[in-house]
Design a protein around this ligand. Structure first.
Ligand code: MN
Length: 289
């Protein structure tokens, strides 16, 4: 049975700025999708294609903390650099993903890669926050850099396109990202008129972001930059591209635990949030210049 569509949400009218380097449309929870409703996903910021222009000073977000969940950055165009308090650093470009587990607490900074910043050019990315279950919230912070070449790749028949499996499985191909709860994350590229059917368990909270192009989803039209929220019934999503399309499909088994969010800290109780703030202020997340 096809998964029914709960809502097709247009892109918000105005973007917001995260630091000075990320011009984002907030789809979760901004579009009225609560963190409980879309669990295990907590936040989705979509930097639709935008050219910031050349800049000698790199744009981005300076040092800030995270605790209790994972931040997943998917680069479509442009290049993002990262440094964190565990000593990890990296640069991701088109097709690459950085999967950072903040766990017990981390400091990091995220910004346009220096050479890209100097030249300018189209920049397009998504940042998704994935919650951790209570028993893994205090895992030591770490990160998985996943290059475009490492993605699980499913070439679709009839030159319909390509599915890059970042996490979870599709067509018997497993994505490289390790997740703490069942999550599917797929970067789907469809050629014009290309079609694909994707099975997703009925129990999963599921959504589709139309990054580029226009696509028919189970027979309903989803315009460019819209966000499709599926009801938790049915097990199949049929996609057909009306024009060349880039889509991000996310689904996950809900984590049935209380969510208490305070900015970059996401825990299960207010008490844990107070402790997180104290730990951060006491310098327990390490240090980063
Ligand atoms: Mn961050």
């Amino acid at each position: 049975m096809k998964k029914s569509i709960e809502r097709i949400i247009p892109r918000p009218a105005r973007p917001g700025m995260v630091g000075d380097g990320f011009r984002v449309f907030n789809m979760i929870p901004g579009a009225g999708i609560s963190q409980q409703r879309i669990s295990p996903f907590l936040m989705l910021d979509f930097n639709a294609e935008f050219d910031f222009g050349p800049s000698e000073r790199v744009r981005g977000v300076d040092v800030h903390p995270h605790k209790g969940f994972e931040t997943v950055t998917i680069a479509y165009q442009g290049s993002v650099a990262h440094h964190d308090s565990t000593g990890n650093s990296g640069i991701i470009g088109p097709g690459d993903v950085q999967w950072m587990t903040a766990g017990a607490g981390i400091l990091h900074k995220e910004y346009h890669e220096q050479e890209f910043s100097k030249k300018g050019g189209p920049f397009e990315m998504v940042q998704l926050w994935v919650n951790l279950p209570k028993k893994h919230k205090s895992v030591a912070p770490h990160y998985q850099p996943i290059t475009a070449g490492e993605m699980g790749k499913v070439e679709l028949p009839a030159e319909a396109g390509l599915v890059n499996v970042i996490a979870g499985t599709f067509g018997g191909v497993k994505g490289p990202a390790f997740t703490y709860t069942p999550v599917n994350l797929m970067d789907i590229k469809l050629n014009r008129d290309g079609a694909v059917d994707i099975p997703i368990p009925a129990s999963h909270n599921t959504a589709l972001l139309v990054i580029r192009g226009e696509v028919s989803v189970n027979g309903q039209s989803a315009p460019e930059h819209s966000f499709v929220l599926f009801a938790n019934q049915g097990e199949e999503i049929s996609l057909q591209a009306k024009s060349a399309a880039v889509l991000l499909l996310l689904s996950g088994e809900p984590i049935d635990e209380p969510i208490v969010s305070y900015g970059p800290f996401v825990m299960n109780t207010k008490q844990e949030i107070m402790e997180a703030i104290e730990d951060f202020q006491a310098g327990k997340f390490g240090c980063l210049e």
